[in-house]
Design a protein around this ligand. Structure first.
Ligand code: ZN
Length: 426
């Protein structure tokens, strides 16, 4: 990823073929799963866009047979993907709570205070840094999407509008902003140029500093059929052993790891400089690596059965929807997350199956899902339409959503999820 924000990214298109591994530069030949082609998952359409064509990009994930990093080749530039997207973190209650708990945990474990500097990469609208700020810890956000960064600044969170990489890191350090804690929650997977990003982290950290990264765990993606978490913003799909190998090339090491429930199962990795970190490596790191190896993450067989499992899910979702429609049932969606766009585009589900979907974010209401062009309404639309089935697209929040929308059950409506398998909720 280039660092001079979007101009450089636009002027330097990535070379796409032949494909090489972004972890180790070996040639990439083995397809892990091919989801066809899809528009960028966060390119929600305005009514005026409906008359125009959309750009579709290949959506096939490869696995490197040398370092076993699963990855989506860069089909669009970061500027195209992240330029003006409609995702504002603050609209999910459980995600806000996750951020607050993270901040409490970091402050108490690492003793952070007024003399320390926290730097968050992809800081979004300040949903997390605000909690550090409330506790008196100096913060800086780095966020490439200008509209989202503006929302953070309104909250009083200092935010740089740029991509993070080696050049940004050198600039921040030169300005006295080296980090005691650098964090990237759901950012590592979004980085097309991992080498440049991690070189930047190694520069940004003070001696004794640490970085934490949260990212969806490949092992959970495979075990729980979470293929809809594959979209163009997600360039890498990490096992612990694969990410540790990339970190090592930049003089970084994981010194602890936690397994989290977020996003269907994530890892929180604690990373330090190998030369100056100073913390002992927790036994949990070796334990998880051993567990992954026992599952076979460094063998081709582990990756081979996944594609068929994905195709079978498509057949089952279509069977469910066709039957419901034949019976005259009304089906609508709940949520307009990026992952829903992968699912609906891959399965070919449009307004022939889902009348509309709803989302709490006013930034999405009144727009249309990319590719499938399903209208996005406010949640109250469900109460008016009284559908028979509500397909919950953000399945990781299905408990929260079913509780918020409990009124649906009053007219006999049922909630449905497609992942890990097509299922009507009890
Ligand atoms: Zn590789």
């Amino acid at each position: 990823m280039t660092t001079e924000a979007s101009d450089a990214a636009r002027s330097a298109p990535p070379s796409r073929y032949p494909l090489t591994c972004r972890g180790c530069a070996a040639p990439l030949a083995r397809v892990f799963v091919d989801l066809g082609s899809s528009p960028l998952a966060n390119s929600y359409l305005e009514p005026a866009d409906l008359a125009a064509a959309e750009r579709f990009y290949p959506l096939a994930v490869y696995v490197c047979e040398r370092c076993w990093l699963c990855q989506l080749p860069e089909a669009a530039s970061p500027a195209e993907i992240f330029g003006d997207y409609a995702y504002f973190s603050s609209y999910s209650t459980s995600w806000l709570e996750h951020a607050r708990r993270y901040v409490d945990a970091m402050i108490s474990r690492f003793g952070l205070g007024a003399s320390h500097q926290v730097v968050e990469i992809a800081s979004n609208d300040g949903y997390l840094l605000r909690w550090f700020r409330e506790r008196g810890v100096p913060v800086l956000g780095v966020e490439p999407a200008a509209n989202v960064a503006a929302a953070a600044r309104e909250l009083g969170i200092p935010t740089e509008v740029r991509f993070f990489g080696l050049e940004t890191a050198r600039d921040l350090v030169a300005r006295g902003l080296a980090a005691d804690l650098a964090l990237g929650n759901n950012v590592l997977a979004h980085v097309p140029d991992l080498d440049d990003f991690l070189a930047g982290i190694a520069v940004l950290l003070k001696p004794g500093g640490l970085a934490t990264f949260e990212f969806p765990h490949l092992v959970r993606l495979v075990a729980e059929n979470q293929f809809d978490t594959i979209y163009h913003e997600h360039f890498s799909y990490f096992s612990l052993v694969a990410v540790a190998r990339v970190l090592e090339r930049h003089g970084l090491e994981p010194f602890d790891v936690e397994e989290l429930a977020t996003h269907g199962g994530s890892l929180r990795l604690y990373v330090q400089r190998r030369d100056a970190g100073g913390r002992p490596v927790d036994a949990r790191v070796a334990e998880l690596a051993a567990r992954e190896r026992a599952l076979g993450v460094e063998t081709p067989a582990y990756y081979e059965s996944f594609a068929e499992q994905v195709r079978e899910t498509k057949r089952k979702l279509l069977e469910f929807l066709i039957r419901a429609r034949r019976e005259g049932k009304r089906v609508v969606g709940y949520g307009a997350p990026a992952k829903g766009n992968t699912l609906l585009n891959y399965c070919g589900v449009r307004t022939d199956f889902l009348d509309f979907t709803v989302d709490r974010s006013p930034h999405k209401q009144g727009r249309y899902l990319p590719g499938t062009r399903i209208p996005i309404l406010a949640p109250e639309a469900i109460l008016e339409a009284r559908p028979d089935y509500v397909l919950i697209l953000p399945w990781n929040l299905s408990g929260e959503i079913a509780a918020q929308m409990a009124a649906v059950r009053a007219w006999g409506g049922r909630f449905v999820v497609a992942i890990p398998e097509v299922r009507v909720l009890p």
